[in-house]
Design a protein. Structure first.
Length: 371
C-alpha cells in the first residue's frame, strides 16, 4: 500500500515538473526576440557605405540610411523599457531592413559617382592644362590687361590645387576648385582671343606692306628690314631673300599702332633709316633712327585729334629707333625696337640711310598662328 502511494507521488511530481518545464519553454519561446541580425547587417552596410565615401558622393541616400538605423536603435531602446512579453520589435526590424537597403544603394551609387567624377576630373584637368598651354603659347609676351593676367594666375593656381586634391582622393574638393579654375581660364582665354582677333584685323595691311617691301628688295637687290612684332623677329632681306633673323624686344604696349607720345607703343607702317648712330652717339650701343612719324602717321594723328579720340593737348611721338642693349627678356622700350648688341652690330653694318624698315604685327595670319 505504501509502495503504491510512493509511486503515485513520484508520478505526480514528474508530471508537475514536466508541466512546469513545458510552461517555461512556452513562456521562453513567447518572449519577443530583438532583430539583432538585421540590425547588425544594417550597421555593416552603413560602414561599407562610409568606406565608399557615400556620405560625400551619395549624401541623400546615405543620410536616409543613417536616420533609419538611428530610428531602429531608438525603437529598440524604447521596446526594452516595456514588460518583456509586451515588447514588439517589428518597427526595429523594418527600420533596420530599410537602412541596410538604402546603405547598399548609397554605396553602389557612390562608387559610380566616384568613378564618373574621377573620369570627369581627369578630362577637365587635361582640357584646362591645354588651355593654359595655349595661353602661354599665344600670350606669354602679349600685353593683356593686368586684370586678365590676374584671373589667369588665379585660374592656374586653382587648377594646381585641384590636381593636388585629386591625387589625395579628395574628388569633391577637386571638383569645386576645378570648376572655379575653368570659369577663370575660359573667360580669360576668350577675352584674350577676342583682343588678338581684333588686333589681327589689320593683317591685310601688314601683308600688303611686307609683300611690297620684299618685292622692292628683290627688284632693287638691296637690304630691307621687316619687324614682326608678334613673333618678336627682326628679318633682314637681301634681294627679296631672307638672310638673317634676330630676336627683338619692343615697347611695353606694342599691340596696335603708336598713337601719341609716351604711349610706349611700337609703330606700324613702312619707314626707312634716316640716320645711323655709332656707339659714341647713343646710350643704346648703336642705333638706326627711322622716319617715324611719316606723312601717314601725321595724318592719322590729326584725324584722331579732330575726332576727339585723342586729347587736344596730345603730342605725336618721334625718335623711334632700332637699337642695341636688348636681351633683357621683356618688352621695355619707349616704343623702339631693341636687339642684343651682337645682333645690332650685324644689322647696323648692313643697313644704311634709306634702308627700308617695315614694322608689322605679324608675317602670318591668325589661323596659321593658332595652328
Amino acid at each position: 500500500m505504501r509502495i503504491k502511494k510512493s509511486w503515485k507521488r513520484i508520478i505526480i511530481t514528474v508530471v508537475i515538473l514536466a508541466l512546469i518545464s513545458l510552461a517555461a519553454i512556452v513562456l521562453a519561446r513567447s518572449i519577443p526576440k530583438p532583430p539583432e541580425e538585421k540590425v547588425t547587417y544594417a550597421r555593416i552596410a552603413l560602414s561599407e557605405a562610409t568606406s565608399n565615401k557615400a556620405d560625400t558622393y551619395s549624401k541623400r541616400l546615405y543620410h536616409e540610411a543613417k536616420a533609419l538605423y538611428d530610428s531602429a536603435m531608438i525603437n529598440w531602446q524604447e521596446e526594452n523599457k516595456r514588460f518583456i512579453y509586451f515588447r514588439n520589435y517589428e518597427k526595429v526590424a523594418g527600420f533596420a531592413e530599410l537602412s541596410a537597403r538604402k546603405a547598399e544603394q548609397a554605396a553602389k551609387i557612390s562608387k559610380n559617382n566616384v568613378l564618373d567624377l574621377h573620369v570627369y576630373l581627369k578630362q577637365k584637368s587635361d582640357q584646362l592644362n591645354t588651355i593654359a598651354e595655349q595661353i602661354d603659347k599665344r600670350f606669354a609676351s602679349y600685353p593683356l590687361s593686368a586684370e586678365v593676367w590676374k584671373r589667369i594666375s588665379k585660374g592656374r593656381m586653382l587648377l594646381k590645387e585641384s590636381e593636388v586634391a585629386y591625387k589625395k582622393g579628395q574628388y569633391s574638393q577637386a571638383k569645386v576648385k576645378i570648376t572655379e579654375s575653368e570659369l577663370l581660364l575660359n573667360d580669360s582665354f576668350e577675352k584674350a582671343n577676342a583682343h588678338l582677333k581684333e588686333y589681327f584685323n589689320s593683317f591685310p595691311d601688314w601683308k600688303k606692306w611686307s609683300d611690297r617691301t620684299i618685292k622692292e628688295s628683290r627688284q632693287n637687290q638691296n637690304y630691307a628690314i621687316i619687324i614682326d612684332k608678334y613673333s618678336r623677329k627682326c628679318l633682314v632681306y637681301l634681294g627679296g631673300i631672307k638672310k638673317y633673323e634676330y630676336h627683338v624686344e619692343l615697347g611695353k604696349n606694342w599691340v596696335g599702332d603708336k598713337r601719341e607720345k609716351g604711349d610706349k607703343a611700337t609703330p606700324e607702317g613702312m619707314y626707312k633709316v634716316v640716320k645711323k648712330f655709332g656707339s659714341n652717339k647713343t646710350k643704346y650701343h648703336k642705333a638706326l633712327l627711322i622716319n617715324y612719324p611719316n606723312e601717314t602717321d601725321k595724318e592719322e594723328f590729326k584725324n584722331e585729334i579732330a575726332k576727339g579720340t585723342l586729347p587736344r593737348n596730345a603730342k605725336i611721338g618721334s625718335l623711334i629707333e632700332i637699337h642695341g642693349d636688348g636681351g633683357r627678356g621683356i618688352d621695355w622700350t619707349e616704343g623702339c625696337i631693341s636687339l642684343t648688341n651682337s645682333d645690332m652690330d650685324v644689322v647696323f653694318k648692313l643697313a644704311g640711310e634709306g634702308t627700308p624698315v617695315t614694322i608689322i604685327g605679324s608675317m602670318i595670319n591668325l589661323n596659321q598662328l593658332i595652328d
